[in-house]
Design a protein around this ligand. Structure first.
Ligand SMILES: Nc1ncnc2c1ncn2[C@@H]1O[C@H](COP(=O)(O)OP(=O)(O)OP(=O)(O)O)[C@@H](O)[C@H]1O
Length: 325
């Protein structure tokens, strides 16, 4: 039951951040339930070594999409390729190489994390050592505690461990941090980055923008069963908020007009705000203004971004390819 004869040798584990070749390709995916469309037209590509986000509100079609990728549901139309094969035609090949953390755990109340991991490990030809996963996910002290007595965060970490037990090349994590407290969420984010750094490509299904912004290299937003937007978190934030605004206080005697800020291509408006000014513009307006000021040896007294931190803007500058707007 555990061998796959349909495809030849298992590929070498990817090296750290070995991004590039697509490991998942989805083209014009469609799926209805009893005549009601859940996924209307979804296309995306996940590259090896990245954390790829699938965002969307409740009922948008995220889980349906990833469950088709994992061959847990059948599509009505479109094409899906996982590691070069159609999952519905090569189920064993995909099952051995793709792990999925399901949204709701179906584990029995009395089973312990150690038992569950050993049970799931038995389904794979070359599983990860359950003890290694218990350590990786910080569950050593709860290894023999019945599932029902675990906290929400511990149950969540166990479900991630179960997705990783087959030593997958791709792990799909669905609603990773729903129901976790802020500290547990942050710990889980760190864990996901460690898993990615170990060479696993991660598909993260979430409706938390902060989670996607922190973790994802690229993402799609699904709304009403179609892809409403795609790109890096920075590209998306820039694309959806229609530009940026910030408040800036200049040293005594300086005005935006005298400094030529109104003439910058990135600036769309400058309005007085008390002793300071509100400046709006494209997603590059802040670095453009700061650069113009520094070229004139003017150091602002205060800069306050309205929705994003200065750091976010500079991270965006570094990661976003140059585009004309
Ligand atoms: N087995 C099913 N039978 C009938 N309808 C379903 C089934 N599974 C999902 N749906 C419906 O399909 C739509 C998309 O559901 P899906 O679970 O894919 O969305 P989602 O984006 O993952 O939502 P959530 O964030 O709430 O999990 C929803 O309207 C849902 O009610």
């Amino acid at each position: 039951m555990s061998t796959s004869t349909d495809v030849t040798a298992r590929p070498q584990p990817p090296s750290r951040h070995d991004t590039g070749d697509p490991v998942i390709r989805v083209q014009h995916l469609r799926k209805s339930y009893a005549g009601t469309p859940a996924v209307r037209d979804v296309s995306f590509e996940v590259r090896r070594g990245e954390i790829f986000g699938i965002l969307g509100s409740n009922g948008a079609g995220k889980t349906t999409t990833v469950e088709i990728v994992a061959n847990l549901r059948q599509a009505d139309g479109g094409e899906v390729e996982v590691l070069g094969v159609d999952p519905s035609r090569h189920p064993a090949y995909v099952k051995e190489r793709l792990g999925i953390q399901l949204q709701e755990s179906t584990l029995q109340g009395k089973i312990t994390p150690r038992e569950a991991l050993r049970l799931y490990a038995a389904f794979y030809p070359d599983p990860e050592d359950p003890e290694v996963l218990l350590r990786l996910l910080g569950l050593e002290n709860k290894a023999d505690t019945p599932f029902d007595n675990l906290s929400g965060g511990q149950k969540q970490r166990l479900s991630i461990a179960l997705a990783l037990v087959g030593r997958p090349e791709i792990a799909i994590l669905d609603e990773l941090t729903t129901g976790l407290d802020p500290q547990a969420r942050r710990e889980t984010w760190g864990l996901i980055e460690r898993v990615r750094d170990s060479g696993v490509t991660i598909v993260l299904v979430t409706h938390f923008m902060d989670e996607a912004e922190r973790l994802c290299d690229r993402l799609i937003v699904i709304a009403g069963g179609v892809v409403a937007a795609h790109g890096s978190p920075a590209e998306l934030t820039g694309a959806t908020d229609g530009g940026r605004a910030f408040r800036i206080a200049l040293p005594y005697g300086h005005t935006p007009t005298a400094l030529g800020l109104e003439a910058l291509a990135e600036v769309t408006s400058i309005t007085p705000a008390g002793r300071a000014w509100m400046i709006t513009g494209t997603d590059r307006v802040l670095p453009a203004v700061v650069l113009a000021l520094s070229e004139q040896d003017v150091i602002p007294d205060e800069v306050q971004t309205q929705a994003r931190s200065l750091e976010d803007v500079f991270v965006e500058l570094v990661t976003t390819p140059q585009e004309s707007s």
